[in-house]
Design a protein around this ligand. Structure first.
Ligand SMILES: [Mn+2]
Length: 288
């Protein structure tokens, strides 16, 4: 099943944006995120393809769902990603998978285009050097991404959980960190402005959305639900401001675990976020 509104068949060559699933969860502790991509696609069909906010039929955005990038090992995943996405010139949206898939995505993007900024929405900072003896754990992904793009080129948003070790890195480092306490409610506008400036200050941007950035009441189907998260509207507002301002060429929506979900709510909201990202891409292009 393709994501709702996808081009079909031979029209694929006309696609300006591409969707790829990455059904991979070998670097998570609780398994099930590998079923996330399929669940998000299925959930997309429970939403209208006409978007109320933009008054846009999303199929007008001309995107193609290329299916899944599958790999038995993490190392192979990187190679498969390069092989599958290397020739596609348009903007990309990846459906996870656990959060560790962001590293090969950022690596292949860096190899293709040079300097990359990463904006990550996540309850957790994911800055451990190693977790359960795995340096590529989803709990270490931003540490590994920092080794590729540099701490100064990373912004983490909606944070409300970290270890003592990780807090040391935050305090000594040049990371841009926005705690959930300042990202919600009254502080939201200021954070949006700062993220827009960060996104617009040169280079291309990869946007990573770990669904656990949302409050567990919106996104219960994640490995590590963390109370006091963002609302769906707050998250969508920030994503819109970032894509309006910067050159966001790829996004991932990760950590949907259908085995832990309630009434497919997390999948439906992930699908909604993908629709909003597509609409933002389309609006950006339409406004020239
Ligand atoms: Mn997380």
């Amino acid at each position: 099943m393709k994501f709702i509104g996808s081009l079909i068949g031979k029209d694929a060559s006309k696609a300006e944006y591409g969707i790829f699933g990455i059904p991979f969860d070998k670097n998570s502790f609780i398994k099930g995120a590998k079923e996330g991509a399929a669940a998000i696609r299925a959930a997309s069909h429970r939403l209208e393809s006409f978007l109320w906010r933009q008054k846009l039929e999303v199929s007008m955005a001309r995107f193609y769902d290329f299916g899944d990038v599958r790999a038995l090992s993490y190392k192979r995943l990187h190679k498969r990603l390069n092989a599958r996405t290397g020739n596609f010139k348009g903007r990309l949206i990846f459906l996870g998978g656990d959060h560790s898939v962001t590293l090969p995505v950022v690596k292949s993007l860096t190899a293709k285009t040079g300097k990359v900024k990463v904006i990550s929405f996540d309850a957790h900072v994911d800055l451990r050097d190693s977790y359960l003896k795995n340096r590529f754990s989803n709990a270490c992904v931003m540490r590994r991404v920092a080794e590729v793009v540099g701490f100064e080129n990373i912004a983490e948003v909606g944070v409300r959980s970290c270890s003592h070790e990780e807090f040391g890195i935050i305090q000594s480092g040049s990371l841009h960190i926005y705690g959930a306490d300042v990202t919600k409610g009254e502080g939201l506008g200021r954070v949006a402005e700062e993220l827009a400036d960060f996104a617009a200050s040169g280079g291309i941007v990869h946007l990573s959305v770990d669904m656990d950035v949302l409050d567990p009441c919106y996104a219960p189907g994640v490995e590590d639900p963390e109370p006091e998260g963002l609302s769906v509207s707050e998250l969508i507002y920030l994503i819109r401001e970032i894509i309006k301002a910067g050159n966001v060429v790829s996004c991932d929506v990760v950590e949907v675990n259908p085995r832990l979900d309630v009434n497919e709510l997390t999948s439906i909201i992930a699908a909604k976020i993908v629709l909003e990202i597509l609409a933002c891409f389309w609006e950006r292009e339409a406004e020239g």
